[in-house]
Design a protein around this ligand. Structure first.
Ligand code: ATP
Length: 236
């Protein structure tokens, strides 16, 4: 049984069909990449899984349970966390407040405190800036905060939307080494990335979305050199 199983999912924005009949699975322990040109429907797919968008048809299964219609906070509670596109940290709140917010569904205050300390060990720059307003952090630090905040719910599945967006190459490498480390420590990851080559090189399998439909899937190592895939994520 896959950890995440999306079956023939369609999501609309009013009259606009954003994704149509897409199917995708993520096995426990995998890193899976979802690539595609701008507007292909990648963010919409993640938002359907984290239950921030309501599908018009299809089914989403998580750990054997039908989650197609559960509320977003319930999705967090059962182990799905999203680091959204554009990071969306709370700019006028401190680093610490942002991390505490990531744990809003948890009732184990003492363990939450322990997890925050561990985040500061893993991300020393966040530790040094724990009382600083998140909006004053650099782009790379905000991305780390967004990932650390998502990890505060102790997810089994982490959804990462464009973690490298707008960051310098050296910071991008750091973000990808964090992704690898989180995966090695047991978190399953579904990754949306513009930087398709890097994402494919850092994942087990890849799915390609084109204009709301799934067109290719396979082992990342094989797709990374596939001309048709290159064509698809460059937008035709
Ligand atoms: P990007 O890389 O640009 O974020 P994406 O692959 O994540 O692209 P989505 O953001 O999922 O694509 O968008 C899929 C489709 O849905 C696009 O045609 C987009 O214009 C449309 N769409 C997205 N958000 C909205 C919205 N809030 N209202 C109306 N249409 C939307």
């Amino acid at each position: 049984m896959a950890l995440l199983e999306i079956e023939r999912l369609s999501v609309n924005y009013g009259a606009i069909q954003a994704i149509r009949d897409i199917s995708l699975s993520v096995e426990e322990g995998e890193v899976v990449t979802l690539i595609g040109a701008n507007g292909a429907g990648k963010t919409t797919t993640l938002r359907a899984v984290s239950r921030m968008m309501r599908p018009v048809s299809g089914r989403i299964m998580f750990a054997g349970r039908d989650i197609t219609r559960i509320p977003a906070d319930e999705a967090v509670r059962i182990g799905i966390a999203q680091s959204p596109e554009g990071r969306q940290v709370l700019a006028r709140q401190s680093v610490q407040d942002n991390l505490e917010l990531g744990a809003y569904t948890r009732r184990d205050a003492a363990e939450v405190k322990g997890d925050i300390s561990r985040m500061y060990e893993r991300f020393p720059r966040l530790g040094e800036r724990r009382h600083q307003l998140a909006g004053t952090l650099s782009g790379g630090e905000q991305q780390m905060l967004a990932i650390a905040r998502a990890m505060m719910s102790r997810p089994r599945l982490l959804l990462l939307d464009e973690p490298s967006l707008g960051l310098a190459p050296i910071i991008v490498r750091e973000i990808f080494s964090i992704i690898r480390e989180l995966n090695e420590q047991g978190t399953t990851i579904l990754l949306v990335e513009q930087n398709a080559k890097l994402a494919m090189n850092s994942s087990n399998r890849t799915y390609v979305l084109e204009a709301g439909q799934m067109t290719f899937t396979g082992q990342s190592a094989q797709l990374v050199n596939d001309e048709r895939v290159l064509h698809a994520y460059l937008g035709g």
